[in-house]
Each structure stands twice: as structure tokens, then as C-alpha cells.
Design a protein around this ligand. Structure first.
Ligand SMILES: *Cc1c(COP(=O)(O)O)cnc(C)c1O
Length: 369
């Protein structure tokens, strides 16, 4: 078969080990997954009520326009219905944007390391990928990214807070960046962790949308809202941009249950505020641990932290796995001596930190032998 040459050797997404697999391999009763930045507190109880009491007819296609959910997002954010694009997770939004704007002869600019789906989709479309290394603080180097933009650039990807570093872009920096990006370039601002942000100088992306018509913001119900299993994400942009992307959306890309669950979850901002607060406290616990042990880390605005253990991240990963904690090795994330850990519940954080201490102790003992 005559496959596109750019998909030659492309690897399928490698899902981490499941909780059940780890239980079986290591003979453990309890396994905690802190690998995919899912919400350790689950989701709003309103979602359970919806799932129990909804009488959806599953023989009928979902509402392709997702009118109810769309209306709820529109009134919560104060944007028009036609400024919203719904996706099967924000992953699908990234795919639609890539399909619409990337092709051979065009290029796209992004940070490295950042969320891998930008590059993956750009590669599938045959566009040239221009990656700009993060600075030593794990932040986007926006000036260098600007320099990479030329007449053939169609999309620039910003991830703030950035996965996997947790770092964010300040208001001052993003404004000066947007002021200088040519109008023919779509700037995608991925705010998958928006709900967790507590930083002082964080910009208001919805205000920025009013000023910069070539800006598109993506958000998701997978992280703080705790609905990763339902696959609902969305983009907000100018009506012109959304109207170009909307025809690329599959007709029924969000299923009925996902639409309903997301719509009720949006109503429970108390739950989100609690999660944000718990996350902040959890992060502080990790900072304290890192400071005590002299480990390097990036202060994070997400629900995860990247910690540098100064040894192969796979070793730390394996050790924690054998103790019942699934984290992500930095090997696959562009930080080979780090691991990325999702902030869990108080008990989970305490448990994984305890095992990290044990890892360090054992490594020291081995070194002194
Ligand atoms: C998790 C994540 C996403 C994808 O989220 P879905 O809505 O579940 O597809 C997008 N961007 C970043 C930065 C993420 O970490």
C-alpha cells in the first residue's frame, strides 16, 4: 500500500500500565495511578445524579451540535455559541486544527518538551515541525518562537500551564508575543490545566480572545472536572476561525452521556474550587519534600510536578511501580532524569513521597557500598 511517507515509523500512543496489570505483576492489593493527571477526587456528585436519573435513548444519535452543553459553556464564559468548537477531548481539537492548517510546505512552531500531540498531528499532516527548547526554568522561549515564524507558518502551539513542566506564561509575555505574531498564523493556547492555576500574573485568555482574532484557546473536561473517560474538550476562538474548523468535526463526535455529564459538571464550581485548593496544598507538600532532599523541580500551576532525581527516570519509575505507585518516567517526556507525578489526595501524596524517600535512601546505600 502507498502509505503517506510521513507516517512511516510513527509509533502508536503507548498507554501506561493499568492499575489491574500492576496489581497482578507485583501482587499488590492497592495501586495508585499518578501518571495521567487525572483528578484524584473524581468528579462532581452532580454527574452521578445525572447518570442515575437520565433517561437517554441510546438508540438515538447524540445531538450533533451539543446544544445544551454548548449553551452552558457559552453562558459560563460569556462567548457566543458560534465561538465554541466541541471535541472528543481536546486531543480531537488538536487533530482538527492540524487537519485544517497543516500540510507539506507549511510549518508549525512549538516548544519542546511540551504536549506530544501537537507534533504527532503535524507529522501526520506532513508539515515541518519547528521546536524551540524551553528555557532553564522550563518556560516557553517566546522570542525564539517568534523568530521561527515565517510566511509558511500556519500554527503556533502554546501550552500554559505546560505539560510536563507545569510552568505558565505570564500576561506580559503572552501579550507581547501576540502583538508580534503575524495575523495569518493561528495561535493555539492549550489550557488543559486552566482550572488549577493560582499564579498572580496569569493572563485572562477570554479577554485576550477579544483583542486577538487569530487566537484559539483549548480547554478540557478531562483534568480538573474529572471526566477523562467521557472525552469532552472544547476550543474558543473568533467566529471566523470556528466556522472554518466546524466542518471538519465529525457529525456526532461527542456522545450523549459525555455531553450531559460535562454540562452538569460545569454547574458545580464549588467542586472545582475545592480541587484547586487541595491541589495547591498537595503541590506544597511535594515542594517541601524536594527542598528537604535537594531535588530540582519546576514550580507547577498544573496538577502534576516534574521532579529531577538525577538518575535514570525509569529507575525511579520502576521502584515506585513495585510499591504500587504508577508515575510517568521523564525518559519519554524529554527529561530523562525526572519523573512526572500527578498530585493525588493527601493520603496518596504522603504515600508516594514516603516511597520516593525510600528510593533515595536505597540509592545512597548502594552508592556507599
Ligand atoms: C491531557 C491534556 C490534553 C488532552 O486532554 P483531552 O481533553 O482528554 O483530550 C491536552 N493538552 C494537554 C496539555 C494535556 O495535558
Amino acid at each position: 500500500m502507498d502509505w503517506k511517507k510521513q507516517i512511516k515509523g510513527l509509533k502508536a500512543y503507548q498507554p501506561g500500565r493499568t492499575i489491574d496489570e500492576v496489581k497482578e505483576i507485583y501482587g499488590l492489593d492497592k495501586v495508585v495511578k499518578l501518571a495521567s493527571n487525572e483528578n484524584p477526587f473524581g468528579y462532581s456528585s452532580l454527574v452521578d445524579v445525572f447518570l442515575r436519573d437520565s433517561y437517554l435513548n441510546h438508540a438515538i444519535y447524540p445531538d450533533g451540535y451539543a446544544k445544551n452543553l454548548r449553551t452552558k459553556i457559552s453562558s459560563k464564559l460569556g462567548v457566543n455559541l458560534n465561538q465554541i468548537l466541541l471535541g472528543n477531548g481536546s486531543d480531537e481539537i488538536i487533530q482538527m486544527i492540524s487537519r485544517a492548517l497543516l500540510q507539506p510546505g507549511k510549518n508549525t512552531v512549538m516548544a519542546i518538551p511540551t504536549f506530544p500531540q501537537y507534533k504527532h498531528n503535524a507529522t501526520v499532516e506532513g508539515a515541518e515541525v519547528r521546536e524551540v527548547a524551553l528555557n532553564s526554568k522550563g518556560e516557553h522561549r517566546l522570542d525564539e518562537m517568534l523568530e521561527q515564524i515565517d510566511n509558511s507558518t500556519t500554527v503556533v502551539w502554546l501550552c500554559s500551564p505546560n505539560n510536563p513542566t507545569g510552568t505558565y506564561i505570564t500576561e506580559k509575555d503572552i501579550i507581547s508575543f501576540l502583538d508580534n505574531v503575524p495575523e495569518h498564523v493561528l495561535v493555539v493556547l492549550d489550557e488543559a490545566y486552566y482550572e488549577y492555576v493560582v499564579a498572580d500574573h496569569y493572563y485572562d485568555s477570554l479577554e485576550l480572545l477579544k483583542i486577538y482574532p487569530n487566537l484559539l484557546v483549548t480547554r478540557t473536561f478531562s483534568k480538573a472536572y474529572g471526566l477523562a473517560g467521557f472525552r469532552v474538550g472544547y476550543a474558543i476562538s473568533s467566529e471566523e476561525i470556528i466556522s472554518q474548523l466546524e466542518p471538519l468535526r465529525e457529525p456526532f463526535n461527542n456522545n450523549s452521556l459525555g455531553q450531559g455529564a460535562a454540562a452538569v459538571a460545569l454547574q458545580d464550581q464549588e467542586f472545582i474550587a475545592e480541587c484547586r485548593q487541595n491541589n495547591k496544598q498537595g503541590l506544597e507538600r511535594f515542594y517541601q519534600f524536594c527542598d528537604e532532599e535537594g531535588l530540582l523541580y519546576y514550580p507547577s500551576q498544573g496538577n502534576f510536578i516534574l521532579i529531577d532525581f538525577g538518575v535514570n527516570g525509569d529507575e525511579v519509575f520502576q521502584f515506585l511501580l513495585s510499591k504500587g505507585y504508577i508515575v510517568r518516567s521523564g525518559q519519554a517526556l524529554g527529561f530523562p532524569t525526572s519523573v512526572r507525578v500527578t498530585i493525588g489526595s493527601e493520603e496518596e501524596n504522603k504515600g508516594v513521597i514516603e516511597e520516593m524517600k525510600n528510593f533515595i535512601k536505597e540509592a545512597k546505600q548502594e552508592a556507599s557500598l
